[in-house]
Design a protein around this ligand. Structure first.
Ligand code: FAD
Ligand code: SF4
Length: 510
């Protein structure tokens, strides 16, 4: 008898494992305390993964496969993954163990070590999900000093022949990023968000509560939108094509208090759990564009393709190139604690209050909220990257280390010293005002740098540049910012630093 392990983020029903029913194969899925507790996760994240696993296991059973499923309240659930596998191998008289390669370094090591000790033949298989091999990015950039995403993206466009005309980019341009920066001003109208079928989700929620798993965030079925099944995930993708793609690129960087999602697809959970495959997502979206040439512009589609074909695969490649050392990078020597309001949204800063409320209520925030609001503030107050990582890894339903870590520690916190981003993503209140309506009605005045009601981002931004200027002295992309800093009169600079210091010392008071 052969035992095959399926992890919670390996729900690829089209995997070649499942093409044929093998009589002597037993599949196993376990809702593990180990996985639900290696960091404090959002309640909706745990519910989303367990719901999807339950649907997946049922789908396998319906297709005639032999499946053992252990839920979060089973005895097995409290044991580690390796302990469970050892017990099953003995009890079921297993002669061969097979697994799909994990995307997380931690589990990759655990299974590797387990196979070395188990004393029966073992084999590992690709998950048949990603568009690149683990080390493809490393090979692509071999000998290069900088790992510029744009070059990798162009290579991927050619490799998969997506949005290409012969060997040239469709429309003559590779990248329409400059078109992706509109502020949303209540037009165009945003269709109501796609809603998933919640049957079964409540039962999983009750099971997680009963199991006493420590979680963060809120669980409200009304706000819950993660697909549990493949048919729901496909419906969510089609909904995006039909209603949101038309403005995706234009408003990709916009933020608004009344519109949580704007034109974002919200398919990251379905992708990262592997319910959806990236290639099918890209082909569906490009096909929709070709069928609706009068309605949808190339810039909208290119913006979306870049995220999945470019950024998503790029981040994965960085992860495998740099791990395990990457997890300890703290290039800017930041050591502060993350404010308590990251778990409560109790702050007078409207941009943070809004973005954190969205995150607590839905286990989701879109890219610019993550990068330019919560990430920006954490970096400006010089939080330790471990603190920042733990929050991001816990709060978002799509957060799995291979994608969360390079985004947080690399792109957002610049703790890798510039492997992912050529300069840190920091800004004053001016950028936040340009891209959102957060500043309207905020307790603070976005135009002021000093004084009681001055926007905290303004003094923190100047202070950050001043504190960290040595790190950036050879960085051309930071030269202009540092020159502007030098132009601030000495007395004002001292005032700015004083205010910044008081915010850094007690951010929860602001
Ligand atoms: P859309 O805006 O509709 O984009 C479509 C898809 O593109 C996403 O579903 C995602 O799969 C992919 N994508 C877009 N940007 C990125 C990116 N930078 N890296 C990788 N894939 C990308 N994404 C995660 O999937 N998991 C994370 O844990 C995660 N953590 C992040 C932490 C920080 C600090 C930042 C700045 C970004 C993070 N991202 C993460 C990237 C991005 O914010 C999310 O993928 C996106 O917000 C998911 O929402 P969506 O599906 O509506 O995306
Ligand atoms: Fe955020 Fe400052 Fe704008 Fe308030 S004024 S919303 S704190 S950027």
């Amino acid at each position: 008898m052969k035992l095959r392990l399926i992890l919670g983020d390996q729900l690829n029903i089209n995997h070649s494992w499942f093409k044929e029913k093998e009589e002597d194969t037993l599949y196993v899925l376990i809702e593990l305390h180990q996985e639900a507790q290696y960091v404090v996760h959002h309640i909706q994240k745990i519910v989303a993964f367990f719901s999807a696993m339950r649907h997946f296991s049922q789908q396998l059973k319906n297709a005639g496969h032999a499946v053992m499923y252990f839920d979060i309240n089973s005895e097995a659930s409290k044991k580690t993954l390796s302990e469970n596998l050892k017990i099953l191998i003995k009890e079921k008289n297993i002669s061969k163990f097979e697994y799909l390669l994990p995307d997380e370094h931690r589990l990759d090591r655990e299974l590797h070590l387990f196979c070395e000790q188990i004393g029966i033949p073992t084999a590992s298989y690709d998950t048949e999900h990603f568009l690149t091999e683990r080390n493809e990015l490393e090979k692509f950039f071999e000998g290069k000093k900088q790992l510029i995403m744009e070059y990798f993206y162009r290579y991927m466009r050619k490799k998969y022949d997506l949005l290409m005309y012969q060997d040239k980019p469709l429309g003559g341009q590779w990248n329409y990023d400059k078109n992706n920066r509109k502020k949303w001003k209540e037009t165009p109208a945003i269709p109501p968000p796609f809603d998933t079928d919640k049957e079964g989700v409540e039962a999983v929620h009750e099971a997680v509560v009963k199991a006493n798993i420590k979680t963060i965030g809120r669980f409200d079925l009304e706000q819950y939108f993660f697909p549990s099944s493949r048919s729901e995930a496909i419906a969510q993708l089609h909904y995006f094509c039909e209603h949101l793609l038309v403005h995706f690129g234009d408003y990709q960087d916009a933020m608004h208090t009344q519109q949580r999602n704007l034109f974002h697809s919200r398919i990251s959970f379905a992708l990262n759990s592997k319910i959806l495959r990236p290639l099918e997502v890209l082909e569906t979206v490009i096909d929709h564009y070709h069928k609706n040439p009068d309605e949808i512009e190339l810039s909208q589609v290119e913006g979306f393709v870049r995220q999945i074909l470019g950024w998503r695969e790029y981040m994965r490649g960085i992860y495998w190139r740099e791990m395990p050392a990457y997890k300890n990078n703290n290039h800017l020597d930041n050591f502060n604690k993350l404010p308590d309001f990251y778990w409560t949204a109790a702050t007078k800063m409207n941009c943070l209050k809004s973005s954190i409320t969205d995150s607590l209520e839905t286990a989701y925030a879109h890219h610019i909220q993550r990068l330019m609001i919560t990430g920006n503030f954490a970096l400006l107050i010089q939080c330790h990257p471990d603190e920042v990582d733990n929050w991001y890894l816990g709060i978002y339903a799509d957060a799995i280390e291979w994608v969360q870590l390079p985004n947080t520690r690399g792109m957002s916190q610049w703790a890798d010293g510039g492997i992912v981003a050529t300069k840190p993503y920091v800004s004053s209140g001016a950028y936040i005002h340009k891209m959102s309506n957060y500043c309207t009605g905020c307790h603070y005045d976005r135009t002021k740098r000093t004084g009681e009601n001055a926007c905290p981002f303004n003094s923190l931004y100047c202070n950050f540049l001043d504190d960290k200027k040595e790190h950036f002295s050879k960085n051309n992309r930071m030269a202009m910012m540092l020159r502007l800093l030098d132009k601030i009169p000495e007395m004002e600079r001292a005032e700015i630093k004083k205010r910044a210091l008081s915010i850094i010392q007690n951010p929860d008071a602001y």
